[in-house]
Design a protein around this ligand. Structure first.
Ligand SMILES: NC(=O)c1ccc[n+]([C@@H]2O[C@H](COP(=O)([O-])OP(=O)(O)OC[C@H]3O[C@@H](n4cnc5c(N)ncnc54)[C@H](O)[C@@H]3O)[C@@H](O)[C@H]2O)c1
Length: 385
């Protein structure tokens, strides 16, 4: 089996290494910090021990998996790899430098892949002698548990590289979707209104966090409401993604961050990990009760859902991905209860257009503009499926 290279032994790199080794590959994990390698090795061993303790893996399989991992601080060990997946810091210059160095070591057929969640794949390929080998492979955290992987070809990527990368990762039991090299790819773009519109409703004083969370959980079937989810992800991480998407979309008001979340980050109210976020998680503090007013809940849910459907429709309209891949990405990547496009069919496209138009008329903000695709489908009486 092919040998897989991983650059960066952090949370993502070690998780992806574990996934590849579980499929029988030898994996070379390289990091420039010895301490990061030691930590990654310990983390993988601890994860494997848990799997053995839970009876999900035999001792022998766990030993065999771990013995397929090679930890090193020398990039030259990548020389026999058929693909190297980079998972270092989210910085375009550092990634470009790393890829240039790797290109001097690996074979000319080796795929150079990046796990970036926000940077341009085309920009990463630009300094390479063979930019047709660059590919985005966006795993979600934690990589061993999350099934979705977004595959992102750069402008220069050879279609054969896309096919090879996709079928390799499919073979690891993952669900792959192909996304255009645009900010946030599919998931981090289409999911933005879940947070952004909830924050807007909160900022306007229409409802409090607990009520908005209750509405999205109980009336729409989301596993977590937007505020508990932001607290779970970490407001620092969630806010940073929103800011990057907003600036990368040339400051389109649809992705505008909220001051409320910015202030939380500034106060170090990161969420669960810091003991305080939108909610107070410190011992003994009771969580606030929602106002279980069905009419208010429906109003909140319809507004957030209409904005999510609008974003999914626009991603399809601008050919970010196929309708099937947009559905898969949101149901498997972020566990949405239904695909947003089939949800639109269920609610009725005329109802979504009417909701968006009423918001637009109310606020006269570009943020609420209806996707041209939804408007056309409404005019033609069409459905997504
Ligand atoms: N953490 C997430 O939730 C998540 C999800 C999807 C994608 N990503 C992306 O994955 C990448 C890695 O994220 P992470 O959370 O694992 O980061 P991390 O900080 O946990 O790990 C990064 C590792 O890279 C090493 N490193 C940095 N520069 C290096 C270099 N030049 N050569 C070798 N090693 C180097 C560091 O020592 C560190 O061990 C980023 O691009 C991030 O945007 C992260």
């Amino acid at each position: 089996m092919d040998t897989i290279g991983i650059l960066g032994a952090g949370a993502m790199g070690s998780g992806i290494a574990q996934v590849a080794a579980a499929s029988g590959h030898n994996v070379v994990i390289c990091d420039n910090l010895i301490i990061a390698l030691t930590k990654a090795s310990r983390n993988v061993q601890a994860t494997l021990k848990t799997l053995v303790d839970k009876g999900k893996m035999t001792d022998a399989d766990s030993y065999a998996l771990f013995s397929r991992l090679k930890f090193t601080d020398h990039m030259s060990e990548f020389r026999d790899c058929s693909i190297v997946i980079e998972a270092i810091v989210e910085d375009i210059e550092q990634k470009q430098i790393a890829f240039r160095s790797m290109e001097a070591i690996v074979d000319k057929s080796t795929i150079l892949a990046s796990n970036t969640s926000s940077l341009s794949i085309s920009a990463m390929g630009a300094p390479l002698k063979h930019p047709e080998r660059i590919l985005g492979v966006h795993f979600f955290n934690p990589a061993p548990l999350m099934r979705l992987v977004e595959i992102i070809p750069g402008l220069q990527t050879d279609p054969d590289v896309v096919e090879r990368g996709k079928s390799l990762i499919d073979g690891w039991g993952k669900t792959t979707v192909v996304a255009k090299d645009t900010p946030g790819f599919i998931v981090n773009r289409v999911a933005r209104p879940y947070y952004g519109e909830a924050l807007r409703i909160f900022d306007e004083g229409i409802a409090d966090e607990a009520t908005i969370d209750w509405a999205m959980r109980e009336l729409c079937g989301f596993r977590m409401g937007p505020f508990e989810l932001m607290d779970f992800i970490g407001n620092d991480i969630n806010y940073a993604v929103t800011e990057v998407v907003f600036s990368n979309f040339f400051f389109d008001p649809r992705y505008k961050p909220s001051f409320t979340q910015k202030r939380l980050v500034e106060a170090h109210y990161f969420g669960r990990k810091s003991g305080r976020g939108f909610y107070d998680y410190r011992n003994g503090v009771a969580l606030p009760e929602p106002t279980k007013d069905e009419a208010l809940g429906r109003e909140i849910a319809t507004r957030i859902l209409a904005m999510l459907i609008n974003e999914a429709s626009d991603a399809l309209y601008l050919r970010v991905a196929s309708r099937e891949d947009i559905e898969l990405a949101m149901t498997q990547g972020v566990n949405y209860p239904k695909g947003l496009l089939s949800w639109a069919d269920e609610i009725g496209i005329p109802n979504i257009v009417e909701k968006l138009d009423s918001l637009y008329v109310e606020y006269l903000e570009d943020r609420y503009r209806c996707s041209p695709l939804l408007r056309k489908m409404n005019r033609d009486g069409k459905r997504f499926f």
